[in-house]
Design a protein around this ligand. Structure first.
Ligand code: ATP
Ligand code: MG
Length: 180
């Protein structure tokens, strides 16, 4: 499984449709302060289901929509699509290429799609659960997160290890079964 591309449109400072293709090897994103590097990482977390506007440096979720600049009007919707090569079927689906899209409109309407088919947030979260990817995973480490992991309580650290080991979904199924 490999990250292939990220398409951003109307998300934060990316007013125009912007596509980043990830080639083999390591990709570095460089640019001056305020040029949008962190916004790209936030687009990755957002499309994988991030629900906390605060952790995306906003007050409410529509704050992620391009809010205008001196030369451009604000936009009405943000769209991000992330595409993975899944020829090894690391993501539990028959598709050899998997794309996840999230859209958000100013009126609060939102939409999630997996391979262009509308789905629920839950489906997106399930797709990434136990893969080490996803909004709560440790594949995206932002500033301050390292300290957070070191300073977390033993039970919280255990959850991290369970997610990495891939047993969190079984645990959640068990809790659900016990509650029923
Ligand atoms: P640094 O090197 O300082 O970490 P950076 O390259 O990570 O900078 P970002 O934090 O990604 O930069 O980008 C910040 C810019 O994004 C700011 O100029 C801010 O005004 C702009 N921005 C954030 N949200 C929006 C939005 N909703 N609409 C338009 N611009 C936005
Ligand atoms: Mg930054």
């Amino acid at each position: 499984m490999k990250l292939k591309s990220l398409q951003i449109s109307g998300f934060k400072s990316f007013a125009d449709k912007t596509t980043i293709n990830f080639e083999d090897g390591i990709t570095g994103i460089v640019g001056p302060n305020g040029s949008g590097k962190s916004n790209i990482i936030e687009a990755v977390r957002w499309v994988m289901g991030e629900q906390s506007a605060k952790s995306l440096r906003g007050g409410k979720m529509p704050d992620v929509i391009f809010s205008g600049s001196e030369s451009r009007q604000a936009l009405n919707r943000a769209v991000v699509t992330i595409t993975f090569d899944n020829t090894d079927h690391f993501l539990a689906t028959d598709y050899t290429e998997v794309s996840v899209t999230r859209k958000l409109f100013r009126n609060g309407d939102s939409q999630y799609l997996i391979n262009q088919s509308e789905c629920r947030l839950k489906d997106v979260l399930n797709l990434f659960m136990d893969t080490g990817l996803g909004r709560d995973s440790f594949s995206v480490i932002s500033q301050g997160r390292v300290e957070e992991i070191f300073n977390s309580k033993p039970e919280e650290r255990r959850t991290i290890i369970e997610e990495v080991a891939g047993i969190l979904s079984y645990k959640q199924d068990k809790q659900k079964a016990e509650a029923e």
